[in-house]
Design a protein around this ligand. Structure first.
Ligand code: HEM
Length: 157
C-alpha cells in the first residue's frame, strides 16, 4: 500500500532517502530508549533494589527516577516530532485499514505519553497517581509494546 503512494522506494537520488532515514533513526532510537528504559526499571532496577534497606532503596530510586524524568521527556518530544514527520510521509495512503491502525497506534502512544507525564511531572496533583507507580509503569509498558506491534504491522500494511 505504501509503495503505491510515491514513497521514494527506487529513487536514484540519495537525497530522497536522507531526511526519512534521519527521522526513522530518531523515531526508532527514541522508542528503543523509552521502552527499553521502562523495561529496565520494571524488570531489573525495581526488583533488584529490594536487597537494600528501605531508606537506601528510597534514596537510590529517587536519584534514578529524577534522572529518568529527563529521558522520558526527551523521548516524548522526539517521538512526537519524528512521528508527525512519519505521518506526513504516509499522508497519501488511501483511507482504509492502514489509517484505522495508524489512528489506534497514535491513540495508544498518546496514552503512554500521558501516563509517563503523570508519573514524572513533579506536581502535587499527580501524587495520588504516583502512589501506584508500579501499576501505571506496567500499564504504560504493555501499551508501548502494543504500539510497537502495530508499527511492525503498519510497515507491511
Ligand atoms: C510510544 C510511542 C511510540 C513508539 C514506541 C513508536 C514506535 C514506532 C516504530 C518501532 C516504528 C517502526 C519504524 C520502522 O518501521 O522503521 C514506528 C513507525 C511509525 N510511527 Fe511511531 N511510535 C510511537 C509514537 C508515534 C506517534 C506519536 C506517531 C504520530 C504522531 C507515530 C507515527 C508513526 C508512523 C506514521 C510510522 C510509520 C508507519 C509505517 O511504517 O507506515 N509514532 N513507530
Amino acid at each position: 500500500m505504501r509503495e503505491a503512494v510515491g514513497l521514494p522506494q527506487n529513487s536514484a537520488k540519495a537525497g530522497h532517502f536522507m531526511l526519512p532515514t534521519l527521522f526513522q533513526w530518531i523515531h526508532v532510537g527514541a522508542a528503543v530508549m523509552g521502552v527499553g528504559g521502562m523495561g529496565f526499571l520494571l524488570g531489573v532496577l525495581l526488583p533488584g533494589s529490594q536487597v537494600l534497606d528501605p531508606a537506601q532503596r528510597d534514596l537510590l530510586l529517587q536519584a534514578v527516577l529524577k534522572r529518568f524524568r529527563w529521558v522520558t521527556w526527551s523521548v516524548i518530544g522526539l517521538l512526537l516530532a519524528s512521528g508527525l514527520y512519519n505521518v506526513r510521509q504516509v499522508w497519501e495512503v488511501p483511507p482504509g485499514t492502514y489509517w484505522t491502525w495508524l489512528k489506534v497506534k497514535i491513540a495508544l502512544a498518546l496514552a503512554v505519553f500521558l501516563i509517563s507525564l503523570c508519573l514524572t511531572v513533579p506536581l502535587a496533583a499527580f501524587d495520588r497517581f504516583r502512589e501506584r507507580r508500579q501499576f501505571w509503569l506496567w500499564t504504560a509498558f504493555a501499551l508501548a509494546l502494543a504500539v510497537i506491534l502495530i508499527s511492525a504491522y503498519l510497515r507491511r500494511a
